[in-house]
Design a protein around this ligand. Structure first.
Ligand code: F6P
Length: 342
């Protein structure tokens, strides 16, 4: 039996009409992004039948091997949104530089930055992947659009979201008034509001981290995980569960669904690299979603949404999720910094 929730378009139109602060052109842009996510969902679902799996044999700007689906998803976003009258430009994990949009109309009011296919190491093993996006205000007035215009801290985002291509396809969105989640109904080809106003529980007993990097972490992270592993007989006085999908979208979706803490902290494998995840199209949009659902997101030392980017592809340590647990990790970082300063 079909869930009788609102279609995404109905939800957005209603929000615009209610004068909730959602501008009509942003609502239209979200509709365009959702359409591409639907088409990506169908391609991913078809998998080998569509010939979209396997490596593309190329490297992206970060020196990572591109999967065919990375390239396909990136091109789908650029082609479809390259004619959007709501955009001034785009940037992507897969592009070295920005991609201005000027399809014979005046410059749109927004900038879009995205990871077209997050978690792509999971594609070939049929595990969930996703598309992450962040919408920022474009500069008003004329002049050439540059990468500099994109380098805004996450608190400036007007919309953030992701599509999760899992057992069902979901679109999870915020425009600054809570987080709403929609499920793609494949029978009608529309996203339906199934999980309005998500809230992350403040406490959790579940952490997600790539434990194989443990020996490279800084002392505050070592301490936090050690105490979690000591469970009910340790200082935390409770047992923890661990999850690691290696797909940030799936990981954040779990946190938004039942709480938890997700971490990809700084590690010393490549000392010059401040973290693994990218600030502008992974950490910032996820931080906005998590904060809008009542959670927190930090680098360990700073609120994620206040980090000023200095590069489109900048990396950052990420700690996000249930707010009391994130506060615990931050307190260990603060304490370690204070001890180091003395
Ligand atoms: O940045 C891409 C990504 O695949 C994330 O989605 C995920 O959280 C992380 O990298 C997985 O990293 P690792 O391969 O170290 O587990």
């Amino acid at each position: 039996m079909r869930n009788q929730g609102k279609f995404l378009a109905q939800f957005l139109n209603e929000k615009v009409r209610q004068d909730s602060g959602l501008e009509a052109d942003l609502a239209a842009l979200i509709g365009e992004i959702a359409t591409i996510c639907k088409s990506l969902s169908y391609a991913i679902r078809a998998g080998s039948l569509e010939g979209v799996l396997g490596t593309a044999g190329t490297e992206n700007v970060q020196g990572e091997t591109q999967q065919k689906l990375d390239v396909f998803a990136n091109e789908a976003m650029l082609d479809s949104l390259g004619v959007s009258e709501h955009l001034a430009g785009m940037a992507s994990e897969e592009l070295t530089d920005i991609h201005p949009v000027s399809a014979g109309h005046s410059r749109g009011r927004y900038l879009l930055i995205f990871d077209p296919l997050d978690g792509s190491s999971n594609i070939d093993v049929n595990v969930s992947v996703g598309t992450i996006f962040s919408v920022l205000p474009a500069p008003s007035g004329g002049g050439e659009l540059t990468a500099q215009h994109f380098l805004q801290p996450g608190r400036e985002q007007v919309c953030a979201g992701y599509a999760l291509y899992g057992p069902s396809t979901m679109l999870v969105l915020t425009t600054g008034s809570g987080v709403d989640a929609f499920t793609l109904d494949p029978r009608v080809g529309e996203f339906v509001l199934t999980h309005p106003q998500r809230q992350i529980p403040a406490d959790t007993r579940e952490f997600a981290v790539n434990m194989s990097n443990q020996r490279f972490w800084e002392p505050p992270m070592q301490r936090y995980i050690k105490e979690c592993l000591e469970g009910s007989t340790g200082p935390r006085g409770k047992d923890f569960n661990m999850r690691w999908v290696a797909s940030m979208v799936a990981e954040v979706h779990r946190v938004l669904s039942r709480g938890g803490i997700f971490m990809y902290p700084y590690d010393s494998r490549e000392p010059g690299r401040p973290g693994r995840l990218r600030l502008m199209y992974e950490a910032s949009p996820m931080a906005m979603l998590v904060e809008q659902a009542g959670g927190s997101a930090s680098t360990g030392y700073k609120r994620m949404l206040d980090v000023q980017p200095d590069d489109l592809h900048q990396r950052v340590p990420v700690i996000l999720g249930s707010r009391n647990e994130v506060a615990q990790v931050i307190s260990y970082h603060t304490q370690a910094a204070a001890e180091a300063a003395n």
